[in-house]
Design a protein. Structure first.
Length: 454
């Protein structure tokens, strides 16, 4: 074994766990963190997503790059650079995640590019990331130090982000340990100078501090020690083992967010629609494809339809606005909770102008309120200028649950086979008029309206 230390400076999170944070800082005074700028806070409530409820957006951040090689060692005549290994791990992680539905992966770099630390988080923020994972290799002056650790936020500010980060981080450690790496656990470190907007101590590491300010769960994974010969030979000198570490990270994300493998029976795989969460075996497959191909409904992301999500008022009027060909409408807006530029603004204005629906008050529309089955039937009834019918609802066990104001609309919908009810396990037929209308049910009702009501 011949070892030559080429560089000892580190610009990213590379440390050994047995030292206290202060002791470690004394050994590595030039460590990144304190000197890097801090982003302005991003406010708002995070939407925790999963493959079944929307696209999970993951930003993978291969540490270092370009002029910044990171930790560099020469073992047995071979020069190993952290920046190269980090990129290989991230690419393997991305490749593994590409096998799963409901996740979209962005990378801060996919080549030998130099990026400032704050720009990495700015990029994650620009793509609305739900998770920021920065990938690194560890190094120490103590050549016996080895194993994997994950650096997580200190939890002082927006503690919910720490909880969300640990959901993945705990699985990362477990998966890397299963490869044979020593599990060194978590590391948290406070800044000595920076504070968060609430006055609490900020995170020392720039990636974590700025991700917290951007309201993004984050972590820094230190996969192994490039300064340890055993870690190097077993995990960092082999592309096969590097790939397995990247796959271990990906599988941790898969488990944390309960992602499912892409199906050969999805609408995306069949080329009928881009949705990876709608399958040929689903009872609503054809109506969803119909709604998409006729531009009545789009997805909740580029690759998901979210069929079980409940329709909102904004979604409801947008579908009918789409069906009408998106006619020109007044630019002014009468509702205080609908802003110019909102994706549903024109649809809301159009619906109000044409009597399809009014607001929930004189000044509000409540675009995010959920829509029931009878409410959507009423929207279709008004949209189609439906006529009263003597159609009976006696076949439905819950006919009396239909609101008085919605009875004409529900009868019209039943008469035109837009609503057919749901059969319970005991054979009882139910309208479920006050249950939320799912996006799948909405697609079915739209297809039936187009086919049955001229």
């Amino acid at each position: 074994m011949i070892k030559k230390r080429l560089t000892s400076f580190l610009l990213a999170a590379c440390m050994m766990l047995p030292l206290s944070a202060s002791a470690w800082a004394a050994e590595h005074p030039q460590m990144e963190g304190e000197e890097d700028v801090t982003l302005q806070p991003s406010y708002g409530v995070r939407s925790k997503q999963s493959g079944s409820n929307g696209t999970l957006i993951v930003t993978l951040d291969p540490g270092h790059g370009g002029k910044d090689s990171g930790a560099t060692e020469e073992w047995d005549g071979t020069t190993a650079m952290e920046k190269d290994i980090n990129l290989k791990i991230a690419l393997a992680c991305r490749e593994e995640l590409s096998k799963y539905a409901g996740v979209k992966v962005y990378m801060t770099r996919d080549d030998n590019t130099f990026l400032e630390l704050s720009d990495r988080v700015r990029y994650a923020q620009s793509v609305n990331a739900d998770l920021m994972v920065s990938m690194h290799i560890n190094s120490s002056d103590n050549s016996s130090a080895q194993g994997a650790l994950v650096i997580v936020p200190n939890g002082n500010y927006r503690p919910e982000l720490l909880k969300e980060s640990k959901k993945t981080a705990s699985r990362v450690l477990s998966n890397l340990e299963s490869l044979g790496l020593r599990n060194r656990g978590y590391l948290q470190r406070n800044s000595s100078e920076n504070t968060y907007p609430d006055g609490s101590k900020a995170d020392y590491y720039s990636i974590l501090r700025n991700s917290t300010m951007a309201n993004i769960p984050s972590m820094i994974i230190e996969h192994a020690f490039i300064s340890n010969y055993d870690d190097y030979t077993k995990y960092l000198s082999s592309d096969d083992m590097i790939q397995k570490m990247g796959q271990a990270d990906a599988k941790a994300i898969v488990a944390a967010y309960q992602l499912n493998l892409k199906s050969n029976n999805s609408a995306a795989s069949k080329g009928d629609a881009p949705f990876e969460d709608v399958y040929t075996t689903d009872w609503y497959y054809a109506p969803v494809v119909f709604a998409y191909q006729h531009s009545l409904m789009t997805g909740t992301s580029d690759i998901t339809f979210s069929p079980q999500d409940t329709l909102t008022r904004a979604m409801a009027v947008q579908t009918l606005y789409n069906y009408s060909g998106k006619p020109e409408t007044a630019d002014s807006n009468r509702f205080s909770d609908v802003k110019q530029g909102d994706w549903y603004c024109k649809a809301v204005n159009w619906a109000a102008e044409n009597g399809v629906t009014a607001g929930t008050s004189e000044t509000t529309f409540s675009p995010n309120d959920l829509v029931t089955r009878e409410q959507f039937a009423a929207l279709l009834y008004r949209f189609k200028n439906g006529q009263q019918t003597q159609c009976s609802l006696d076949a439905f066990a819950d006919a009396n649950d239909v609101s008085d104001w919605a009875k004409d609309a529900v009868k019209w919908a039943v008469n035109n086979k837009i609503l057919s009810g749901s059969k319970m396990d005991d054979g009882t037929l139910m309208l479920l008029p006050r249950s939320g209308a799912t996006r799948a049910e909405t697609a079915v009702m739209l297809e039936r309206m187009v086919e049955n009501v001229k």
